[in-house]
Design a binder for this molecule. Sequence first.
Ligand code: TYM
Length: 325
Amino acid sequence: MTKRIFSGIQPTGSAHIGNYLGAIKNWVELQNQYDSVFCIVDLHALTNPEAANQMQKKIFDSTTTLLAAGIDPKKCILFVQSHVHEHTELTWLLNTITPIAELERMTQFKEKSKHLKQSINMGLFDYPVLMAADILLYHTNVVPVGEDQRQHVELARIIARKFNNQFNKTFILPEPLIYKSSARIMSLADPTKKMSKSIPHGCLELTDSPALIKEKIKKAVTDSGNEIKYSPKKPAVVNLMTIYASFSKLSFDQIEKKYKGKGYAQFKDDLAKIIIKELKPFQEKKKALDKKPEQIRKILENGAKKAQSIAQKNLKEIKQKMGLL
Ligand code: TYM
């Protein structure tokens, strides 16, 4: 039987190149080999009060982003998390077997609660259990994600194991699939922090205009010296080389050779050109799709129907295993 993959993305508006290289680009390849389920996780996004602004627009935007990048609803199931209520129901069931100590260990929770300070909500704490429910509801074999989500996938495995021990074998233990080369794209403003919307000036968005891409790459921090070299002493250059390699398919060795003796300015100029060229067809497709909200609505409706027919059946079995009537 074909193995199943499941992955999700928050509707934060237009995605950044970290989302693209760490996740979306890989999903486009994987949908040809796996039984694929992709989810726009609006309920996860609600845990961040700022991100929850203009949610409907952001859900549409994320959908057209995925479609324009090559996600094909004929090859996969694409849907919105809140359209399939089985996700939240399973979250409750899994909550009853998840140790609080496991959630307290979650790095992302610790980081986000530092940032939010006073307004830490219960949803933020329970976020990884909702993610485990997303994954386990579809008896997922493989979860393609960026490095920052590894710990959450591990938690899903812990919960699945605990459930199987307590109520008989039900869940497959899902494996994370993390592509080493693009697992962690760092901020252009600070190579010690991952690229994210929360550091806007270091974040390159897929819908940025050519002029803005040029400007952002030009302003990207570099390290001392002027050599293009893949070295742990040059984290900023390594990050730019990683982006270059992912967009151009050149290896780090080839990039080093190409820019030997040439300095940062030439390298950055070419990098901007490569990104602009790769994103052009994507941006054109997205613009066209943005004008067809009815078509997008239909795609999401169909996706939710397909997802729900799997989710309903699986949730029924899970409830029976737990001894509910
Ligand atoms: P989210 O929306 O933050 O990110 C979506 C995907 O993009 C990856 N990613 C990155 N990869 C490389 N470099 C970066 N700077 C970078 N930033 C983000 C993420 O690792 C992710 O793969 N909780 C998840 C969404 C989710 C999910 C799931 C994922 C909900 N349920 C079930 C897998 C399975 C999240 O917030 O991703």
